[in-house]
Ligand binder design. Structure first.
Ligand SMILES: *Cc1c(COP(=O)(O)O)cnc(C)c1O
Length: 382
């Protein structure tokens, strides 16, 4: 479903801003919930991908739970009416106040990333006379074949409990009286398009399950995290990711025990394609070897290209003249403030509107005020 930009109404608006295609968002959420229901899977939205209040409202209306990675995300989820029993909380460095906040709210589950953290949750829960449900976040040492900054499931990454200490962590959890071990959790990285990585994850989980079973530790939840990638090259042709193939991979390869529930934590795949960063061309500057389209959005509005060398499709939505090549750059005083090099665009002039596509995930939420610039606005199609 191609996103249609209402250029006429954009003309009057102050740029830059994020534009969200509400219909595409709803279709995406509807697709994922329908397929999840078929498999009896439960999907949590990873709030860190986009915490825009309207997005959270749409996600809640679709019936999804949430995956949080900070106390303030837990708070935001509660404020947006999410059922505490659908909130899971991960993160390698949970502060005491964050754990207390989640304990007070009686969230569904803490995804625990180390033995010392488990001990602290136990101690804080004990003070409150509560028993916290936890899952062990295990680092499965599976290569996600994605960018090094967004791979999380390798031994060299800081995340999760290493395979060598799973046994110790499980026995430790059993010995602590104010935590209750309910499951195991994994998240191997982001923007994963190779289903082989998820197959490898399934195989690793199957091995781990045998150990838990042999030790009579019952697991009721297998949480597979998120990471499903999107097609940044073709935002209109492939606007809804292939959730079917993703779920089928696990349905086929993951060996479940009786009564086990499967959870997912999807971020990017749910919200990336519905969002575009809309910016105006300030100047076209011609160099000796190249020309620059200098736009009024900068790396502070969308940091992914500067941070991860991420590709975003860039379109001039005002011009239909013959094409030329431009480096599309922002106004921030950093050479990395560049959205794309040698981008083929219709001949571009001052005042043209540019859409930087597939920016709905890890876009607006990562905006900063670097250079004391304003935060970008946001605008929904309905
Ligand atoms: C970031 C994150 C996710 C979501 O990842 P996506 O690639 O956006 O789907 C899920 N779970 C955890 C623990 C995360 O940190």
């Amino acid at each position: 479903m191609p996103t249609v930009f209402p250029n006429a109404s954009f003309e009057k608006m102050e740029t830059p801003f994020y534009f969200y295609d509400t219909e595409l968002l709803r279709q995406t959420l509807n697709t994922v919930t329908t397929l999840a229901k078929k498999h009896d899977y439960q999907v949590h939205f990873a709030v860190k991908a986009n915490a825009n209040p309207r997005i959270l409202d749409e996600v809640r209306a679709a019936g999804l739970g949430v995956d949080c990675v900070s106390g303030n995300e837990v708070r935001a989820a509660l404020e947006h009416g999410f059922d505490a029993k659908k909130i899971v909380y991960a993160g390698v460095g949970k502060a005491d106040w964050e754990i207390n906040l989640a304990l007070d709210a009686d969230i569904e589950c803490f995804n625990v990333e180390s033995i010392p953290e488990m001990e602290v949750i136990n101690e804080l829960a004990c003070k409150k006379g509560k028993v916290a449900d936890i899952a062990l976040r295990i680092n499965p040492n599976v290569d996600a074949h994605t960018h090094q900054y967004i791979t999380t499931g390798l031994e060299e990454n800081k995340f999760g409990i290493g395979l060598w200490e799973v046994e110790a962590a499980a026995f430790k959890a059993q010995s602590l009286s104010n935590i209750n071990l309910v499951g195991i959790h994994f998240h191997i990285g982001s923007q994963i398009t190779d289903m082989g990585a998820f197959l490898a994850l399934s195989t690793r989980i199957n091995e781990l399950q045998k150990w838990f079973e042999a030790n009579k530790i019952h697991l009721s939840v297998i949480n597979l995290g998120g990471g499903l990638g999107i097609d940044y090259e073709h935002p209109d042709q492939l606007s809804i990711p292939d959730f079917e193939a993703y779920f089928e991979t696990f349905a086929k390869h993951l060996e479940l025990r009786e009564g086990q529930k499967v959870h997912f934590e999807l971020g990017r795949s749910l919200v990336a394609q519905c969002g575009s960063l809309i910016t105006r061309v300030l100047y076209v500057k011609k160099g000796q070897k190249k020309q620059f389209a200098i736009v009024d959005a900068g790396m502070n509005d969308l940091i992914r290209p500067a941070l991860y060398h991420a590709y975003h499709k860039i379109e001039n939505i005002s011009s239909d003249k013959p094409t030329q090549k431009y480096d599309v750059v922002g106004p921030v005083c950093e050479s990395s403030d560049c959205f794309g090099k040698e981008v083929v665009l219709p001949e571009t002039s001052r005042g043209d509107l540019i859409a930087i596509r597939s920016a709905g995930a890890y876009g607006e939420i990562m905006a900063s005020r670097y250079n004391l610039r304003n935060f970008p606005g946001s605008y929904f199609s309905e």
